[in-house]
Structure formats: C-alpha cells, structure tokens
Design a protein around this ligand. Structure first.
Ligand code: ACO
Length: 316
C-alpha cells in the first residue's frame, strides 16, 4: 500500500534549513549538574554536547526562512505549513505564528508524533501535493530542554533543542517519495511519556530495545514496498537518539553505519528536528547526489515510528 502510486503527482525537496540555539551544553557541564561523566555519556549514547535554550517558534521561523530562501520559492507561493513538534510554545497558534513571521498566506497545522513527527509531516506534504497543492513547508522543531528534568541523569544527558525544515514542491514525473511507512503502538506509551506541564519519563532500556525493533520493522516495510534492500540504499538518515540504537538497527538492516548521517554527537536528541538536522548536514557535506536512494527512519514516544525512501532529485 505505501508505495507511492505511479499516478500520484510527484514532489521533490527543493530547499532545506536548520537552526540551533547558541548555547552549548557539554557533557562536562552536565558533570557539574548530575552524577555522570563525559566518558559514560559518550560510551552509552555517542553524545558529546547539545544546544539548549531555544524556544520552538523562533527556531522554526529561522529554519523555515533558510529553507524557503534556499528553495528559491517566493514565500507567497507556499500553500501549506506543517510544524512537527512535541514541545509547542503555546497551546495553539504555533504554526500560525511561524506563518505570519515568514510572510506566508497559507493553511497551517501542528503535528505531534514525537520524534517521528518530521517523517509523518514529509509524507503528509507529499499527500497534499498529490491532491493539488504546489509547495509545502515542513518544519520539525523541538525544545526538549524545557521538558527535561535536569536533576535526572537518566534523561538529562540525552536531549537538546533545534529545528530543521524543508520545502517540498510539486514536480514533473514521479517525484522523490518512492515508498513510506507510518506506524504506532499505543500499548507502549508508558515507557516514554510526559504529562502536559511535566518532564520526560523514560524506561531507557525498554525504549532502546523497542527503538531498534521498530526502526528495523519500519525500514524493512518501506524497502520491501520499493523492492530494494539495504545494499541499494545510499544513505540512511536515522532519528538521532543514540548511536548504539543506530548501530544496532544498521547491523540488522545490513547497512554499514558509515552510510548514515549522524549529528547527535553535537545535537543530542532533538526529537522532531533530529531527522531534518541530519538530512541538512548530509546535504551540506555533499553526501547526497542526484539519483541516490535516501532512507529516513525514526521512532518516538507514543510509541510511533516512520520511514520514507526518497529517490533524490536534482540538488538545488
Ligand atoms: N551517568 C552515569 N551513569 C548512569 C547514567 C548517567 N547519565 N544514567 C544511568 N546510569 C547508570 C545506571 O544507574 C546504571 O547503573 P547500575 O548498573 O549501577 O544500575 C548504569 O549506568 C547502566 O545503566 P543502563 O540503564 O543499563 O544504561 P544503558 O546502557 O541502557 O544506557 C541509555 C542508558 C543511554 C538511556 C539507553 O538505555 C538509551 O539510549 N535508551 C533509549 C533512550 C531514547 O532513545 N530515548 C528517546 C526516545 S525518542 C523520543 O521520543 C524523545
């Protein structure tokens, strides 16, 4: 089913943008806040530092502006804005505030599928283009530092703030999205959650185990829809939670970890921003060429999972 029908109107990513708060919190800084060590954090997660202190709307605006500028699209021709976030600044109106600041005149909505949110948003954007829109701005932005308990070493070492965005535009031909998968298992909601107004609660080991499983399941479903295997994939853009989760998932998928984009050493886990940050890093480093098969795959609280296989179009 999720193989994009060949009759669907195609879409392509034209521009990308990122934003990170200026303040960097290193593992050594954390050593002064909780009982932990730089070596433990690096060994168990791969994280060296993270950016903190942003708020979601301004980061989303900055990343969105960069993506629009890079796409060369006139802001007035953006038809929809999707803001994936699990940490909105306000109860409602977050995406509308981004729309206003960017000078857009279009429909907007917020989407909360935790760390899988950006891939959900990307799939939704392709769907909206298939039924008639031309340009959709998809932003993943999160401020997990605001819902982190900075006295809890089990979670404080893992999270950071950031935003990433892409402009998805209609194109001639089949477009980039070859196949995709969105999934969720609400029965696992209690292993990673936050009450409204509360902080992140997590059963780390269980999340780790399930994360590997659902990333592999989702990626395999998407690759099967496309009739490809791990060896056909040029680059994996995984959710940036823990390098050991990425390594374990890659091992099971038969993809060398060298063929992944990893930014978590510098960003920590930025939830919905994590995949677009890693995608932008790969593009900025010219690690993606026209025709490459790029696999985006993530998991998140809920628990949710999502993957998308893109046949990369012309680089803008
Ligand atoms: N510093 C030092 N020691 C620590 C720390 C810390 N920050 N945290 C835990 N420890 C201790 C534990 O207390 C334990 O000690 P014990 O053996 O005396 O009991 C020991 O280190 C080992 O702890 P484990 O929990 O076994 O460590 P593990 O190897 O599982 O790594 C981690 C922990 C990094 C949390 C890992 O389980 C993980 O990454 N889980 C997934 C987390 C994740 O991805 N969450 C985000 C999901 S995405 C989203 O939606 C937000």
């Amino acid at each position: 089913m999720p193989r994009t029908p060949s009759s669907a109107r195609g879409a392509t990513i034209l521009g990308w943008g990122t934003n990170l708060p200026e303040k960097i919190l290193t593992n050594h800084d954390l050593e002064k806040m909780v009982e932990t060590s730089h070596d433990w954090i690096v060994e168990r997660s791969g994280i060296h530092e993270r950016h903190v202190g942003g708020s979601t709307i301004p980061m989303a605006i900055a990343a969105g502006r960069m993506a629009i500028e890079r796409s060369g699209i006139d802001p007035s021709s953006i038809d929809a804005l999707i803001l994936a976030t699990t940490t909105p600044d306000k109860q409602w109106g977050n995406s509308a505030a981004v729309q206003d600041a960017l000078g857009l005149r279009c429909g907007v909505f917020e989407l909360n599928s935790a760390c899988s949110g950006f891939v959900y948003g990307l799939v939704a954007a392709h769907g909206m283009i298939a039924v008639g829109l031309n340009n959709v701005l998809v932003i993943g932005a999160d401020t997990l530092s605001r819902i982190t308990d900075w006295t809890d070493r089990n979670t404080a070492v893992l999270f950071g703030d950031g935003a990433g965005a892409v402009v998805v535009s209609s194109c001639d031909g089949p477009g980039e999205l070859v196949a995709w998968d969105i999934d969720a298992d609400g029965s696992a909601g209690s292993i990673l959650w936050a009450e409204v107004g509360g902080t992140i609660q997590m059963e780390g080991k269980e999340v780790f185990r399930r994360a590997v499983r659902v990333m592999v399941d989702s990626a395999e479903k998407t690759m099967a829809q496309a009739g490809v295997t791990g060896s056909d994939v040029s680059l994996v853009i995984p959710h940036q939670a823990n390098v050991r989760i990425i390594q374990a998932a890659c091992d099971r998928l038969g993809i060398p970890i060298e063929r992944t984009s990893i930014v978590l050493d510098r960003t920590g886990n930025t939830s919905a921003a994590s995949i677009p940050l890693a995608l932008a890093d790969a593009l900025d480093k010219n690690r993606i060429a026209e025709g490459d098969l790029v696999l985006l795959v993530g998991f998140g609280g809920g628990m949710t999972a999502a993957s998308a296989l893109l046949r990369w179009g012309p680089i803008s």
